[in-house]
Design a protein around this ligand. Structure first.
Ligand SMILES: *Cc1c(COP(=O)(O)O)cnc(C)c1O
Length: 401
């Protein structure tokens, strides 16, 4: 999006505000589907937790996407947005059997990631098709080493426990219709991902009635120029070849599924905040903005470095700033970052603000959550109002005098 369009949105809807570019989301979706165009049955299930506004979910529905959910509440949001239950997969971790049963009763595909629940669910509902989340113990590190780490990860059923899985399936007579992996780490190296895929293929051979193999996500997106990003086109080429060969060997048509969040929405998001104060200390110039980690926690929580641009004065002379929030705790977005000269009242724009930004926001310091705007067909659509004082009191029960 252009800076002047973003500035106009900040003027019209106030700050701070999240803005999402529908065209960029569609572009990313297309990129992924094009990369796997040779796979007849491809399923992209958008990971709702990245950005769960219902209008965003509806965009994905229009494009033909399914959903990946991790809570029954995300499932309900998806159904509310108009998704058919069979186009939703539910991949929770550490939730109760009750919730899993409730979701399965809605007709949603359940994905189970521990032996205890697998056995209990299988015994009670042998007819309900279940997907199994495997932990292949492969992680994509900063280099091309394949580390068999995460042996103690809480996610998935260890590949080493395959004999236990098979015993449970046999004893309960349950129907396994999919297998799944999601290592969670950024895919820097396609070869590592393909190596994990081989483990999944080997596992798949033990199940005779699979409908799909789900390769999860972990696609890395660039945060700034020169950053490494997952080469989805290359991955598409190599994995398609292997998948089609495996399908033949398996002797049954299979769906290839992915469930990206970040890849689809990260770069489509912009977070706009106003500079309240420029404060010069002995060694640093702080730009204090009208937001904090209550609205954008990633820099504090994960150390993510969002590119920041002064869209009010994009052509000024560059200076070094530490951009900080208004929360009464250390609340740093950027340290000694080169930004064009900032004046109080300027609007700063954070990039890569689509994934895990609004969805992780809170009311800490009793601040209102920001508004969300969807830029679609050349128009700004408000898709969430800024909160008000009533929202802060909503659900509170006042006792005493
Ligand atoms: C969070 C999550 C995803 C999405 O991961 P991204 O890195 O945002 O693409 C996919 N699958 C599962 C099971 C997840 O928990």
């Amino acid at each position: 999006m252009e800076s002047n369009q973003l500035l106009q949105i900040a003027q019209e809807f106030g700050s701070p505000v999240y803005v999402y570019d529908a065209e960029k989301i569609a572009h990313q979706y297309q990129r992924l589907t094009n990369a796997f165009a040779k796979v007849e049955r491809l399923r992209i299930n958008y990971a709702v937790k990245a950005l769960s506004n219902v209008s965003i979910l509806k965009l994905f529905k229009e494009m033909g996407s399914g959903l990946d959910t991790v809570s029954i509440q995300e499932v309900l949001l998806g159904l509310h947005a108009g998704f058919a239950p069979e186009n939703i997969i539910y991949t929770p971790n550490g939730v109760s059997l009750d919730e899993i049963e409730e979701v399965a009763a809605l007709g949603v595909q359940v994905n189970i990631d521990n032996l205890s629940i697998l056995e209990q669910f299988g015994a009670k509902h042998p007819q309900t098709p279940v997907c199994i989340r495997i932990n292949p113990h492969v992680m994509a590190g900063g280099n091309s080493n394949i580390s068999v780490g995460h042996i103690d990860s809480k996610f998935g059923i260890s590949i080493h426990q395959l004999p236990h899985i098979l015993r449970i399936v046999e004893n309960t007579g349950m129907h396994i219709n999919g297998i799944h992996m999601h290592t969670g780490s950024d895919i820097l190296d396609i070869e590592v991902f393909l190596y994990a895929a081989e483990i999944l293929f080997d596992t798949a051979k033990h199940f005779k009635e699979l409908d799909f193999i789900d390769f999860g996500s972990g696609f890395k997106v660039p945060y700034k120029k020169g950053d490494i990003e997952t080469d989805v086109e290359e991955l598409g080429k190599k994995l398609t070849k292997r998948f089609l060969a495996f399908e033949k060997e398996y002797g049954r048509e299979l769906t290839l599924a992915f469930e990206p969040g970040k890849f689809l929405v990260s770069e489509a998001g912009y977070f706009l905040a106003k500079v309240n104060v420029v404060k010069q200390t002995t060694s640093t110039v702080f730009a204090g903005i009208d937001t904090g980690f209550n609205h954008l926690i990633r820099p504090m929580f994960y150390g993510s470095e969002h590119y920041i641009e002064n869209i009010s004065h994009p052509k000024g002379k560059e200076r070094f700033y530490s951009v900080v929030g208004y929360i009464c705790e250390t609340d740093t977005f950027a340290t000694n970052r080169r930004i064009t000269e900032i004046k109080e009242g300027d609007i700063l724009c954070f990039r890569n603000a689509g994934a895990y930004c609004f969805s992780m926001s809170s009311n800490y310091n009793s601040r209102y959550k920001p508004a969300e705007v969807l830029w679609k067909d050349g128009k700004a659509h408000l898709i969430r109002k800024r909160e008000t004082f009533e929202d802060l009191l909503h659900n509170q029960i006042e006792i005493g005098s």
